[in-house]
Ligand binder design. Structure first.
Ligand code: DGL
Length: 359
């Protein structure tokens, strides 16, 4: 009789322990944020022939499930699941791919069981995608875009920690409302401000205005917040359009012929970005070509090929007289993104200039 009673008591204790453990686990799962990882390719999904191939490799090879399986530590900071939106090297990230990614992000952030989004991406055009999402996704939930400068097969590969940091930040409540972010090389950068400044080192992504903060061992350290409009405060919404406006870039240099402007100007673009020298300056022989383009109703936007600083209105070109717009501190590739979004609906040059001041 005594043994029977002891056995029953033991069974109850084991049952209770299991119940507490499982409920604790369930609670921990429930407490951990749900982060969706949208993979698009790039070096972070790349593979080299050997560990010594840190710069020569094939991009966009490893599928998202394999990326996640290779990083079990992600489970320490979030419940994660992956989707393969594309599998390309990002130099080929065209408007259609941007729209496909943006529509998926917009749908996911509306789901109550999604707390944050990570996009894995090639580094070549990562800055364009990050800025695009900051303009058109109406959410305050964290969206983090990342890539890597070395493939996962290389010595000192940077992708795993970039991905871990991205998931950690995307699941952080204190990352909400800060616009689209880029967590590369331990820094938390603004998707609007950041650009790829070096093509051969892991410390590749910089902003002339500095990072927003740092992420170290899963903890975020913030030092500033964005002041330009983005995400939930944006006037643009990807749910309201199906395609970006055609906008292209002409790169300025000493011997640039006007024919480049002539050909872009008659290709059906709604705006032409002029990546000028210095303060967005335009060669004398090109000015009349830009005036003719403007006269045909195409917006002319002066950016600069110079990495830092910003283009001043009416400084070296009479923008008021020519009815041109200045891109402020946006480099030509980011200016193209903003114009392509802004011109999805009719906008005057005056209002377009307001948009370039605000975003
Ligand atoms: N082809 C480049 C790209 O996909 C590789 C660079 C990288 O992803 O780091 O952007």
């Amino acid at each position: 009789m005594q043994i029977d009673k002891k056995l029953r008591l033991l069974a109850v204790k084991i049952g209770l322990t299991a119940l507490v453990t499982l409920s604790g686990f369930a609670y921990a799962q429930a407490v951990k944020p749900n982060v969706v990882i949208l993979a698009t390719g790039g070096t972070i999904a790349g593979a080299g022939a050997s560990a010594l191939n840190s710069a020569s490799y094939a991009a966009a090879k490893v599928p998202v499930d394999k990326l996640l399986a290779g990083l079990p530590e992600l489970a320490n900071v979030a419940n994660v699941r992956g989707e393969q939106v594309a599998q390309i090297a990002s130099e080929s990230f065209d408007n259609e791919t941007l729209m496909k990614l943006g529509k998926r992000v917009s749908a996911l952030v509306k789901q109550a069981d999604v707390d944050g989004i990570v996009v894995t991406h090639g580094t070549d055009t990562l800055e364009e995608t990050a800025y695009f999402l900051s303009l058109v996704i109406r959410t305050s939930k964290p969206i983090v875009v990342i890539g890597s400068m070395r493939p996962g097969t290389a010595l000192s590969a940077d992708g795993a920690l970039n991905l871990f940091n991205a998931v950690s930040v995307a699941g952080s409540k204190d990352a909400a409302g800060k616009g689209v972010l880029v967590t590369m090389n331990d820094e938390i950068q603004s998707g609007r401000d950041v650009s790829k400044t070096i093509n051969i080192k892991t410390e590749a992504f910089k902003s002339q205005w500095g990072p927003l903060g740092m992420v170290v061992e899963g903890n975020n350290y913030w030092f500033r917040a964005p002041v330009k409009r983005h995400t939930a405060q944006s006037e643009f919404n990807i749910d309201e359009f199906e395609a970006l406006a055609p906008v292209d870039i002409v790169y300025g240099y000493g011997n640039v012929p006007r024919t480049l402007v002539d050909s872009v100007g008659k290709s059906g673009v709604k705006a032409l970005i002029h990546g000028g020298t210095g303060n967005g300056s335009v060669a004398n022989r090109v000015v009349p070509a830009l005036q003719e383009v403007r006269a045909k109703g195409v917006q002319v936007i002066r950016s600069s090929r110079v990495a830092e600083g910003f283009v001043l209105r009416n400084a070296e070109q009479p923008d008021d007289k020519y009815d041109w717009v200045v891109a402020h501190d946006l480099n030509p590739q980011k200016a193209r993104i903003l114009a392509a979004v802004a011109l999805t609906k009719p906008v005057s040059s005056k209002d377009l200039q307001r948009i370039f001041w605000q975003y």
